[in-house]
Design a protein around this ligand. Structure first.
Ligand code: IPD
Ligand code: CA
Ligand code: CA
Length: 271
């Protein structure tokens, strides 16, 4: 199927149904006394909720979109050769697992759909413990739904100077040679918050923050965020300014601030 003939609003409706199934599993396990926590080979934690959520999403996708492929954090990805020319869903069953297992409500299920040309065409970020869900599909704009409220359209901010900008990030780990410039930027901007994970980027899409930055991320951390930020009028690149969620790091902004922020961030790199 070509990207032109596919109905992304139907894919978005399916992504919402996947998020509903995910929310039922994750919320029931959040702050459960018998939560099972294991350590993965990369030394990061995973819970029974992460695994059950990704399994449930994969099961629904295999019946609703049998021709699509699935890339998931917990159960792996097909080979690049198998993915070439296909639509594929990118799933992070729980983004913010460390928050989840400590009882901090900042975590979400991230669901993205990637087209054969590798652009993300639909995405949902569902954060049931915060009572919020963000979504977007190519050409349909970005929206947020707060528990019990009608869905509303969202847009990035109009802030045009770094001195007036609100910057959100996770922490100071992983910045390497850019750490000095990141610290300098924190002094230059109006305000910083270590909100972290998906939420930093969703606040950019809503216009509540102006820049979100993460130095080390995987595709499943970013696919859903990319389309929601872009459809809200913003820009999503990696740390070197390459568009999209495939570059190993994630910088969201309102667009206006993007170049100046990246230039400043990369100014401490050795020439
Ligand atoms: C993590 C989050 C976090 C980032 C880490 C990721 P997880 O994902 O996206 O913001 O700093 O690098 O591993 O493991 O909670 O899905
Ligand atoms: Ca993640
Ligand atoms: Ca995860």
């Amino acid at each position: 199927m070509t990207s032109q003939s596919r109905d992304y609003s139907a894919d978005l409706a399916l992504a919402h149904a996947l998020a509903d199934a995910a929310d039922a599993i994750t919320l029931a396990r959040f702050q459960a006394h018998d939560l099972v926590i294991e350590t993965k080979p990369d030394a990061t934690p995973v819970t029974d909720a992460d695994k059950a959520t990704e399994k449930a999403i994969r099961e629904i996708l295999s019946s609703q979109r049998p021709d699509d492929l699935v890339v998931g954090e917990e159960f792996g990805a097909p080979t690049p050769e198998a993915i070439a020319g296909k639509y594929y869903w990118v799933i992070d069953p729980i983004d913010g697992t460390k928050n989840f297992l400590r009882g901090i409500p900042v975590w979400a299920t991230l669901i993205g759909l990637v087209a054969p040309d590798n652009t993300v065409v639909a995405g949902v970020v569902s954060s049931p413990a915060l009572g919020r869900r963000w979504s977007a599909a190519q050409g349909f704009g970005s929206h947020v739904r707060t528990l019990g409220q009608p869905e509303k359209s969202i847009h990035v901010s109009a802030v045009s100077r770094l001195e007036d900008a609100q910057l959100s990030y996770s922490d100071l780990i992983g910045w390497g040679e850019r750490k000095t410039s990141m610290l300098n930027l924190q002094e230059k901007v109006w305000r910083t918050r270590g909100i972290g994970d998906f939420w930093s980027h969703m606040l950019v899409a809503e216009g509540a923050a102006d820049i979100a930055a993460e130095p080390v991320l995987a595709l499943w951390d970013m696919a859903a965020l990319d389309i929601i930020v872009r459809e809200a009028g913003g820009i999503f690149t990696n740390i070197n300014g390459v568009d999209g969620p495939h570059g190993g790091s994630g910088i969201s902004s309102n667009g206006t601030l993007h170049k100046e922020f990246l230039n400043a961030l990369n100014s401490s790199l050795s020439k």
